[in-house]
Design a protein around this ligand. Structure first.
Ligand SMILES: C[S@@+](CC[C@H](N)C(=O)[O-])C[C@H]1O[C@@H](n2cnc3c(N)ncnc32)[C@H](O)[C@@H]1O
Length: 196
């Protein structure tokens, strides 16, 4: 099943279900977003629970593959004091010209994009030279035993989430230079900064 259909279906439970994750990510997201400069693209905006963490006065364009998640995001956009443009779009095929954005931000998205290298190549294409990709993503653990367990469990849950993504490697394969890799939680949640 396509991931966007999965997210269309779970959208009404999403905020309740991911409350704890959102609480964990929110503090880090605020810190990360302070570094966001210029025109910002948020990929995989989800229900818009991140809007509260964006500094006001920024030009932000946000996309998601799921129409239902965007519907939720649209409601939150109305209470957010900024002005976020929302579009339904696939990270693997973005409707933007080359080198449009100064900053691209993702959080907990590249665990769901079907072809992560293709998606990252698209982000690379639309990011300006000298721009920054900022990511808070969960990835496959570097611990051999934990990583092995993640590979075994992944087929059971990949309809919604892939827990064994090797996002640091995928960034390099997509043409990015990884400038920073910071562990946020047990070698599984990472803050990654990459440039084109
Ligand atoms: C786990 S949620 C995370 C949402 C949000 N970033 C957050 O932190 O709450 C993943 C989101 O990515 C979206 N998504 C998955 N694959 C996508 C793709 N190829 N293009 C755009 N959005 C995608 C899903 O629809 C979903 O809203």
């Amino acid at each position: 099943m396509k991931i966007k259909i999965s997210y269309d279906r779970i959208s009404r439970f999403y905020d309740g279900f991911f409350f704890g994750v959102d609480w964990f990510v929110s503090k880090r997201r605020k810190e990360v977003l302070r570094q966001a400069k210029g025109v910002i693209l948020k990929v995989g905006v989800g229900s818009g629970s991140s809007f509260k963490d964006y500094p006001l006065g920024k030009q932000i364009i946000a996309v998601d593959a799921s129409r239902e998640m965007l519907r939720l995001a649209n409601k939150k956009n109305m209470v957010y004091g900024g002005n976020i443009e929302l579009y339904q779009a696939d990270a693997q095929n973005l409707p933007f010209k080359d080198e449009t954005f100064d900053t691209i931000f993702t959080s907990m998205v590249f665990c769901t994009v079907r072809n992560p290298i293709r998606g990252l190549q698209e982000l690379h294409r639309v990011l300006k030279k000298g721009g920054q990709l900022l990511m808070i993503e969960h990835v496959k653990s570097g611990n051999k035993v934990v990583g092995y367990m993640m590979d075994k469990i992944n087929p059971l849950i990949k309809r919604f989430d892939n827990i064994n993504r090797e996002t640091e490697n995928n960034l390099e394969l997509a043409g990015f230079n990884v400038r920073l890799e910071k562990d946020l939680f047990f070698d599984v949640v990472k803050y990654l900064v990459a440039s084109g």
